[in-house]
Design a protein around this ligand. Structure first.
Ligand SMILES: *[C@@H]1O[C@H](CO)[C@@H](O)[C@H](O)[C@H]1NC(C)=O
Ligand SMILES: *[C@@H]1O[C@H](CO)[C@@H](O)[C@H](O)[C@H]1NC(C)=O
Length: 383
């Protein structure tokens, strides 16, 4: 049973409509909120219930850094909807996980090679989003089995990356359907090494239905002496001497996109400290929302909660200037003072809201950093 979301999602003045089923209302509010994050429901790791966060795909350290930085930025004037780390426009940064398989057996084109398919499902981007950047990141983690391996001739991998142009029919030559994008060698060392490549226009193409055939990564073990080209031991087979164990390969596509509908430039007034003076008059009140309380701790990575605040209080006659009333609200209080039963007071509602950044898992278990507007009440007024 999930607790009440109403303080966050309803203005006080609408409390009368509450005769509707409470649970239905809550579910519908949750759906609206999730769909504005591009989510079809509360994200769950595939095939499991409530998998603990630590068992899910890890949060890249670059994304953590950006999250902490954006938290600080919200209290300052800054260019909205720009990702300064990449120098592009955007309010959403996703680490789209690779779903390609490691092709078992030898590559058809190169006897000593091993192939890995790379597939990034771009349909996690909503149609409204404008893709500003897609950068491939392939990380190689290599653990020497014996320390002696480290002392031998330098270990390196020849890495070739191909884009696949169309599906290959059985029996056809897969090479004919590929185009080389990158070819370089990667030094194998105990520290992780990575290869990055800008794939923005290709990834834009992948968003069209039926256009994503993925990539192929071809790995060729290199050694100092060409004649002792070392064979791979794919999979878990025991390392024979001399042999090169396949490094662990992790690939993700860093996709920066802009949802123009969620990019109004509103900056929070420098960290607001709401006064705690008791008063019945309309003003912003402190409210800390803990995501655990609304049952979202399994997919929101950070923050764990935030100071959301809410508006509450009377809009009494005569409406003073500090209550930020509209002309209409001023007249409504006047009419209310003459006929309290016929006309209600105006409502005390948010008139200025500011964004927060959220780090969360989407429905495909990708890690997403999103600049999310209208999450914090900064100022209230009578409307
Ligand atoms: C890609 O993701 C979408 C939506 O999350 C899903 O419906 C679709 O089946 C996925 N496609 C593949 C090939 O995994
Ligand atoms: C009305 O706006 C002013 C600044 O524009 C602000 O200082 C004040 O707190 C607002 N009133 C309420 C009730 O929030």
């Amino acid at each position: 049973m999930r607790p009440d979301l109403t303080p966050l999602l309803f203005a006080v003045c609408f409390l009368d409509v509450w005769d509707l089923s409470h649970v239905e209302e809550m579910q519908s509010q949750e759906r609206i909120f999730l769909s504005s994050l591009g989510l079809s429901g509360q994200p769950r790791a595939a095939g499991t219930h409530l998998q603990p966060l630590q068992a899910r795909s890890h949060v890249p350290s670059a994304l953590w850094r950006m999250f902490r930085r954006s938290e600080k930025l919200h209290t300052q004037e800054s260019e909205p909807c720009t990702v300064s780390e990449y120098g592009v426009r955007g309010n959403i940064i996703r680490y789209v996980q690779d779903q390609g398989r490691l092709v078992s057996g030898w590559s058809s084109s190169c006897q000593a090679c091993v192939e890995k398919q790379l597939y990034f499902n771009m349909s996690v981007l909503q149609p409204v989003e404008l893709l500003s950047l897609a950068q491939l990141e392939v990380n190689f983690h290599w653990k020497p089995v014996r320390s002696a391996e480290l002392l031998q001739a330098p270990r390196a991998l020849g890495v070739s990356l191909y884009k696949v142009m169309r599906a290959t029919l059985r029996g056809a030559d897969p090479q004919a359907n590929r185009r080389l994008l990158l070819s370089q060698s990667v030094q194998l060392q105990p520290e992780p090494t990575s290869v990055t490549l800008d794939l923005t226009s290709l990834a834009e193409n992948w968003r069209k239905p039926g256009r994503n055939y993925g990539l192929v990564l071809e790995l060729l073990p290199l050694s100092a002496e060409p004649q002792d080209l070392l064979p791979f031991h794919p999979g878990n087979s025991l390392p024979l001497e001399p042999a090169l164990i396949l490094p662990l390969i992790q690939a993700s596509l860093v996709a920066v996109s802009l949802n123009p509908q969620q990019c109004r430039s509103r900056q929070r007034r420098s960290a607001i400290h709401l006064p705690v003076t008791p008063s019945n008059v309309c003003k912003a009140r402190r409210l800390y929302i803990d995501f655990k309380d609304v049952g979202w701790q399994d997919w929101i990575i950070a923050p764990q909660g935030y100071m959301a605040n809410y508006c509450h209080g009377e809009c009494p006659f005569p409406l003073s200037e500090s209550l930020n009333g509209t002309n209409h609200a001023i007249l409504q209080t006047l009419v209310h003072s003459l006929d309290p039963h016929g006309t209600p007071q105006p409502c005390c509602v948010p008139i200025r809201l500011s964004p927060i950044s959220m780090l969360y898992y989407d429905n495909n278990d990708n890690v997403v950093l999103r600049h999310y507007q209208d999450m914090v009440v900064d100022e209230c007024g009578c409307r």
